[in-house]
Design a protein around this ligand. Structure first.
Ligand code: SF4
Length: 471
């Protein structure tokens, strides 16, 4: 993950808010994903028990990660896979490139995988002389547009249909320029035809994994397009790239997570394709790879174990917290300057990339708490964001103004008489004619730039409380 400058979020969010095409595209999140989830959850009376079970099984994995990793590796290798443990992004990139080289590969097809975005795989493969082609439609669109994904389950959610048509016209220059690309069906048909040829000629197929099953060595892959299946079965070599926390203990546990995943992610009771596979093609089988590699990526995750942030390792990348975040649905994913966006990204990015270069992200939150309510893994996202805010403040990664404001607040909070005096003075100032419309109140400029402060009614909070108690 590349590190943006510290001031990127506010600047980029402002730009996003002014982008009317982007705002219109982001409406899809509200209408499709949120409403779909609400319908699906209402149809499962035991959804809360499912959440408890999902969170408990992931806690079990995190508490015994070494043992489950070892079991998974042994089972997968006994079925023909080769498992690689990679400590960081560089290690993972080099391992994958070495596999491609060993295969004499030129064309590499790829299923959607956030961890490959995290480790910067595509630019590295290009640098090494390979041609990676994304096969998930959204990923394909943003690859052609040379943009990062803006959502973990809908990477091109920020792009309107008309923009996709422009992109296809530029990229598929060999096709007749007068062709009709005005409908979703036409765009889909063109992408399908372009990608079909790549599926058939790829030397290596790279996919992520939604889960890795420790007891069987299997990987579970969930897609809505079937591209993951073509990517893993057609080339002679399949490379699975997954972060180490993707484990579940058993197939029964995988079934529990699957019941949560589709409903939370896209509002489907199940995604269109759920594929379980393990190892290489066996005798008598008609398809499947001749070689199979599993690249397990740590990249900062084991450092989260035993810390207050290890809860984040339960994340199944469903995107529900993102879809319900009032900040994300207004600014989109690119403002975050990171692969992981929204509430989960505002926790994960500082943990993986370092807080100093991401210190704004935990503050990109209204603390409404909706993310924690919808998270199928019961991750206490607001608590984790608050903890990161404390750390950012303690390390002086926050602005001087906010530190000064908090210092003044603390000073007054420890001196109740002074606090009451300051509150009275503040209240009196706010009652001055025209004060509510002042645009730049000290330390409150971000709020008062866009709204007037209401004139206080009656006495302050303490005076009211005292009056109520008869003091
Ligand atoms: S934090 Fe929870 S809601 Fe957000 S992507 Fe992860 S599992 Fe889904």
């Amino acid at each position: 993950m590349s590190a943006p400058t510290r001031s990127h979020f506010v600047r980029d969010a402002r730009g996003a808010l002014a982008d009317t095409k982007l705002r219109a595209a982001l409406l899809n999140i509200k209408t499709m994903f949120r409403n779909g989830r609400a319908r699906q959850v209402a149809a499962v009376p035991e959804f809360e028990e499912l959440r408890d079970a999902g969170a408990a099984l992931k806690r079990e994995v995190i508490d015994n990660l070494d043992a489950y990793l070892a079991r998974f590796a042994a089972e997968a290798e006994s079925r023909g896979a080769k498992v690689h443990f990679c400590a960081d992004a560089k290690d993972a990139r080099e391992t994958i490139a070495a596999i491609c080289r060993e295969q004499g590969a030129k064309l590499v097809t790829k299923g959607k995988s956030m961890v490959t975005e995290e480790i910067g795989l595509n630019p590295y493969l290009v640098e090494q002389g390979f041609t990676p082609v994304e096969t998930d439609l959204g990923e394909y669109i943003i690859q052609l547009r040379d943009e990062p994904p803006s959502h973990i389950i809908a990477p091109a959610v920020h792009v309107k249909k008309e923009q996709v048509a422009e992109t296809f016209r530029a990229a598929h220059a060999e096709l007749p320029p007068e062709r009709d690309l005005s409908t979703h069906d036409a765009l889909l048909a063109e992408a399908r035809a372009e990608l079909r040829a790549r599926f058939l000629s790829a030397d290596v197929g790279i996919t992520g994994a939604n889960m890795l099953v420790a007891e069987t060595g299997q990987m579970v892959l969930v897609t809505n397009e079937g591209n993951g299946d073509l990517t893993q079965t057609l080339p002679k070599c399949h490379v699975i790239v997954a972060s180490i926390e993707k484990l579940v203990p058993s197939l029964d546990d995988a079934a529990t997570v699957l019941r949560l995943l589709g409903r939370s992610a896209t509002g489907q009771h199940a995604s269109s394709y759920t594929t379980l596979s393990v190892g290489t093609r066996r005798e008598g089988e008609v398809d499947g790879p001749e070689t199979c590699h599993v690249v397990l990526v740590d990249n900062g995750r084991s450092a989260m174990l035993g810390t207050p942030f290890e809860d984040m390792l339960r994340c199944i990348r469903c995107g529900a917290c993102i879809n319900h975040c009032p900040v994300f649905v207004n600014v989109g994913g690119h403002a975050y300057g990171a692969v992981y966006v929204g509430p989960m990204g505002s926790v994960l990015t500082p943990l993986l990339r370092g807080l100093e270069s991401s210190a704004e992200l935990p503050f990109a939150c209204t603390m409404c708490g909706r993310c924690a309510e919808v998270c199928p893994m019961e991750i206490p996202l607001p608590d984790l964001l608050r903890r990161l805010r404390f750390e950012a403040h303690d390390h002086a990664y926050t602005s001087k103004t906010s530190r000064l404001g908090l210092a003044v607040w603390t000073f007054l909070g420890e001196r109740p008489k002074l606090m009451r005096l300051a509150a009275r003075l503040g209240g009196a100032m706010m009652r001055l004619p025209g004060a509510g419309a002042l645009r730049r109140w000290p330390l409150a400029g971000a709020w008062t730039a866009a709204r007037d402060l209401p004139v206080p009614e009656g006495g302050g909070f303490v005076a009211r409380a005292n009056a109520k108690n008869g003091d």
